[in-house]
Design a protein around this ligand. Structure first.
Ligand SMILES: [Zn+2]
Length: 314
């Protein structure tokens, strides 16, 4: 089953979107639809099972192509994203009355996979524009260009181009046949997470580091465990705010956990039987309050796949 946020139905038209005449035609099309974001929240029609609310251009007063981000086309219909804070207050108020603003992850479980992917793309790009207002070279204002897929410095002596960034993060299911002969996987939790939630270890890739090196380093830093056989499994767009999660398995060559050198609150080895009890009522694990990471995450996917012996060596 595909991961949430990854089932993109839109054709990004990346060879056409830099053509101004083509883009103007798509923007002016009566079939064009607009996804709005306000302060990292999307507009949903809560009466229709959390369907994302799509706006027509006629509903968006004095809308300029220079403030819109082209997302792609589906069945001939172009889709755009727009930061709602660029609308005047009357227009924003009338549009806000049509639905309800919600953070994407609050409604993910109600969303179709394709909608989650489009909203993730819209969120990532709107966030990137909001956080790259100024040129990183000369600090002049940047402006949106290339249908919202680049920003260019307005200082004509500079004209530095900036492109959307995605921060790579590795996330890994570490397994081991423990000293008692039972296969277990290594999960940890941060103090800021909801009580009882455990997840696979994860961390950002450092500059000048391969993905495999990042897996080995992050596991060692967070848990004191050494790993080998780092194997790529799957990836997931993760615009919270600007990452891609790169999922791996690895085999631990040591067993004693040491969380004293990093930020984890706890880390433990869990057997498949224990993982099966995570969601079971009245089990020992449930009484302890163990819970899985949220169902939209690649962490949940990796743990589930290992529990069902679909990934890993043990
Ligand atoms: Zn500049």
């Amino acid at each position: 089953m595909p991961l949430m946020y990854s089932s993109m139905p839109l054709d990004r038209c990346s060879n056409q979107r830099n053509n101004k005449r083509w883009l103007d035609r798509e923007f002016s099309s009566a079939s064009a639809r607009f996804y709005l974001l306000q302060d990292d929240q999307h507009l949903f029609d809560l009466s229709d099972n959390f369907r994302p609310l799509l706006l027509q251009r006629s509903q968006l007063a004095k809308l300029s192509i220079n403030s819109c981000i082209f997302l792609g086309k589906d069945l001939g219909r172009p889709f755009f994203a727009l930061d709602a804070n660029k609308l005047n207050s009357d227009c924003l108020a009338s549009i806000s009355a049509l639905g309800e603003w919600q953070p994407l992850r609050q409604v993910t479980s109600n969303l179709a996979a394709r909608d989650s992917a489009i909203l993730a793309l819209a969120k990532a790009l709107v966030y990137w524009h909001k956080t790259h207002l100024y040129c990183g070279k000369c600090a002049s204002l940047n402006q949106l260009v290339e249908a919202g897929h680049a920003r260019r410095c307005t200082n004509i002596q500079c004209h530095n181009m900036t492109f959307p960034r995605t921060d790579p993060a590795v996330i890994m299911l570490v397994e081991r046949i423990c000293n008692d002969g039972v296969p277990r996987c290594l999960l940890g939790r941060q103090a800021s997470w909801p009580a009882g939630v455990f997840s696979t270890l994860a961390g950002f890739v450092d500059p000048g580091e391969s993905l495999e090196q990042a897996v080995r380093r992050e596991v060692a830093e967070e848990s004191g465990i050494q790993v080998t056989n780092v194997t790529y499994i799957d990836s997931q767009p993760w615009p919270f705010p600007a990452s891609i999660m790169l999922g791996f398995t690895a085999q631990a060559s040591s067993e004693e956990i040491d969380i004293s050198k990093d930020s984890l609150q706890d880390a433990q080895w869990f057997s498949r039987e224990q993982l099966r009890q995570f969601s079971a009522r009245d089990s020992a694990s449930a009484r302890k309050g163990y819970r899985m990471s949220s169902a939209d995450s690649i962490s949940h996917h990796l743990i589930d796949a290992w529990k069902n012996q679909l990934i890993g060596q043990y």
